[in-house]
Design a protein around this ligand. Structure first.
Ligand SMILES: C[S@@+](CC[C@H](N)C(=O)[O-])C[C@H]1O[C@@H](n2cnc3c(N)ncnc32)[C@H](O)[C@@H]1O
Length: 271
């Protein structure tokens, strides 16, 4: 998947919200108590799932700079009703900025940023980009809260012959260029932890996997379709076995008999 349709982000948002590691979120809340007005930079914001989850956690006076290169997603986020925010007693100032995180990094120049956040982003980026991110966070003296980074684990139940073959192709696809250079894919969280520790940060990493059941049939189906497409892109010859596997998987999902574990990690770093 190269572009990220708003429907896809909408589908994953509630699952992301319950999958985030609660201990890490509590650490962030504790960190926040030591700060007054908070300036947050959210990278690859999409329609703003991260601010919707984090603004009520952080509380108090907040200014968010939300950055993405997709104008449709930003417009959708900006147009979302603010009712749920006021219902949760928060009213963050939101600034949506259209910017490419690869080519326009120097233009970011976030004012007074104290916290850098991202969700479901860093598995798309290259080692060089991640190093620049870590260095910038250090220069800004900002804490870092980067969640829901895919780690390469895909476990279906019941298991089928073909699961492992698909997982291997998907993880190979994860490492292809998503606009940032060769992607780190499953290695991104561990690498960011190493980079930030070298720069003097105290880093916590916690698993935040998706555990999908029959109530998540739409998300399971979307993942199935995306992964089949990923295998086909890399191996156009994959027809017979892939079609069989996908038909069996689809049937299990439709019957409500399919469970799916997808590994992710959350990271919090402070100095
Ligand atoms: C998987 S989505 C996550 C969106 C959002 N953080 C969420 O959790 O719903 C990745 C986001 O990164 C954005 N993105 C990808 N490449 C980008 C780039 N080069 N510059 C800015 N944003 C980018 C996409 O447009 C998309 O909104």
């Amino acid at each position: 998947m190269t572009g990220f349709p708003a429907d896809w982000l909408e589908l994953r948002e509630p699952v992301d919200a319950v999958s985030r590691d609660p201990e890490l979120t509590a650490e962030l809340r504790a960190w926040r108590q030591r700060h007054g007005r908070l300036s947050v930079l959210d990278l690859g914001s999409g329609t703003g799932a991260n601010v919707r989850f984090l603004a009520p956690v952080l509380g108090g006076e907040q200014h968010w700079l939300l950055v993405d290169h997709d104008p449709t997603l930003l417009a959708r986020g900006d147009g979302l009703p603010r009712r749920w925010m006021t219902e949760r007693g928060v009213d963050p100032a939101l600034e949506w900025r259209l910017l490419d995180l690869v080519h326009d990094w120097e233009r970011l120049n976030p004012p007074d940023v104290r916290l850098v956040t991202a969700s479901a982003l860093i598995d798309l980026v290259s080692a060089a980009w991640l190093e620049r991110l870590a260095r910038s966070c250090r220069e800004w003296r900002a804490a870092v809260f980067i969640t829901l980074s895919y780690d390469g684990a895909i476990v279906w139940e019941p298991a089928l012959a073909g699961d492992e073959r698909v997982r291997e192709w998907v993880n190979r696809h994860q490492r292809t260029d998503k606009g940032f250079g060769p992607a780190l894919g499953p290695d991104a969280s561990a690498m960011l932890a190493i980079l930030l520790r070298k720069l003097g940060y105290w880093v916590m990493l916690r698993p935040s996997p998706w555990r999908l059941g029959s109530q998540h049939a739409a998300l399971q189906t979307a993942l199935l379709e995306g992964w089949v497409e990923a295998v086909r892109q890399l191996d156009p010859e994959a027809v017979g076995w892939l079609d069989d596997w996908s038909a069996q998987r689809r049937l299990l999902i439709e019957r409500g008999d399919s469970r799916l574990y997808v590994g992710h990690w959350d990271l919090f770093a402070q100095s």
